[in-house]
Each structure stands twice: as structure tokens, then as C-alpha cells.
Ligand binder design. Structure first.
Ligand SMILES: [Mg+2]
Length: 146
């Protein structure tokens, strides 16, 4: 399967991939989901309110536990500020070829709602039968951005 040309996938961390930066529970299906992104999109980035040092530490812990692929530790980190996760913070990104996966609509720039793929928050009690990441793979497959 060929990669979607020039499509960037921007991933939120807390509530999307893991519980939160404190408990750091990986969401069920995380490894498979990340590998799907890596194999099917030209570029994957992490777009989170957690600072970079903290993100790297969390990623290392997850990698050591085998919950994420090793490349996740070195994933491109997006520096940003302000109210919204404005996709123009992603260097060289083409906004209409970028997809942001995030559990919180509050972070989505009002002009970029069509670039947002929402996912329900992974929250207490952090169910083991959560299948949202699997469902998100299906939604990505059905998008025709490429
Ligand atoms: Mg979140």
C-alpha cells in the first residue's frame, strides 16, 4: 500500500494516545495505531500541550514497555503557543493536507475544523476494551484527503 502523498498526521497525546501525562496508560491498540500512521502517511508529528522534555520521557517509558514502536521516542515534536493547535505551527505543513487527531474540540482552530478527526477521550477508568484507536484507523482509511 502506498503512502498518502504529502499528508501529515498530527497526533495529540493526552486523552488521545494515552490517559494523561501523569498516569501514562497506553490506550488499547496504541502500537498498531502508530504503526498504521507511520506506514500510511508521509509525516507523523506529535502536537500536544505536554512539553517536549516530558513527552520524550513518556515516550521512552512507553517504548521500554513495548507499548509504542521505538521511533515514537524520536517523533517530530511541534512547538506551539496560544489558544489553538493551529496547524500552521507545523513547519512546512500544507494545512489542507494535514489531519489533526485530538480528543478536545477546544484546541481546534475555528478555521481548521475540517482538518480535525475527533476521538473520544480515553478517561477513567481507562477501559481495556476501548477500541477508539482501531475505529480511528477505519476513519482514516475512509478519508479521501490523498
Ligand atoms: Mg487531548
Amino acid at each position: 500500500m502506498s503512502k498518502q502523498k504529502q499528508v501529515t498526521i498530527a497526533l495529540d497525546l493526552e486523552g488521545t494516545l494515552i490517559s494523561n501525562a501523569v498516569s501514562q496508560f497506553p490506550r488499547p491498540g496504541l502500537f498498531t495505531f502508530l504503526e498504521y500512521c507511520y506506514q500510511n502517511f508521509d509525516r507523523s508529528v506529535i502536537f500536544t500541550a505536554v512539553n517536549e522534555v516530558r513527552f520524550r520521557a513518556i515516550a521512552r517509558t512507553l517504548a521500554e514497555a513495548g507499548d509504542v514502536p521505538d521511533w515514537f521516542v524520536d517523533l517530530e515534536y511541534i512547538n506551539w503557543s496560544g489558544t489553538y493547535k493551529d496547524l500552521s505551527f507545523i513547519p512546512q505543513a500544507i494545512i489542507n493536507r494535514t489531519i489533526l487527531i485530538d480528543d478536545r474540540i477546544e484546541y481546534i482552530h475555528p478555521d481548521q475544523k475540517d482538518r480535525w478527526l475527533g476521538i473520544s477521550s480515553y478517561e477513567y477508568p481507562y477501559p481495556n476494551d476501548d477500541r477508539e484507536l482501531d475505529a480511528t484507523i477505519e476513519r482514516l482509511r475512509q478519508r479521501t484527503d490523498s
